[in-house]
Design a protein around this ligand. Structure first.
Ligand code: AMP
Ligand code: ZN
Length: 142
């Protein structure tokens, strides 16, 4: 897509600090550097979000993430964990609509990444969870 900033990075029209690329993905440092080493992994093919992947592209992209994650971790002995984040849709804080995975190295409890999972487990019984699961499951069978 001509007006997509990440397609421009793939094409070399916009510079990036690239750490890995092959025929399927490009991995480059996120300008925001939420923590040092914060990297984006993107498919070279323009897909807007997770909902747009076919199985083949998903397999190829996901298959490449662990080795990139290992290289980032190996680059700094202070990295003791990593959050991998993929935002989909404005409500989920997606701002660039070319799918990408954030690899955010973690250093300690005071580094600049936080994630909050609400816990509403007290609001659902097993029957309600099973109904919810069945409702989602039927869409996998479509
Ligand atoms: P998201 O909010 O999940 O869509 O993330 C988009 C990310 O792209 C942000 O973390 C930005 O810092 C990053 N970003 C935007 N433009 C560039 C660029 N030219 N080079 C590297 N990272 C970028
Ligand atoms: Zn694009």
């Amino acid at each position: 897509m001509t007006d997509c900033i990440f397609c421009k990075i793939v094409n070399g029209d916009i510079p990036s600090s690239t750490i890995y690329e092959d025929d399927v993905v490009k991995a480059f440092l996120d300008l925001s550097q939420t923590t040092p080493g914060h990297t984006l992994v993107i498919p070279k093919k323009h897909v807007a979000d997770i909902f747009a992947y076919d199985d083949e592209l998903a397999s190829a992209v996901f298959a490449r993430i662990p080795k990139i994650a290992r290289a980032i971790k190996a680059s700094n002995p202070h990295i003791i964990g990593m959050n991998i984040v993929n935002n989909n849709g404005e409500i989920a804080e997606q701002t660039v609509f070319h799918s990408h995975f954030h690899l955010i190295p973690r250093y300690d409890n005071n580094d600049d990444f936080s994630i909050h999972f609400g816990d509403h487990s007290d609001q659902y019984n097993a029957n309600e969870l099973n109904q919810m699961a069945a409702n989602i499951k039927k869409h996998l069978e479509e």
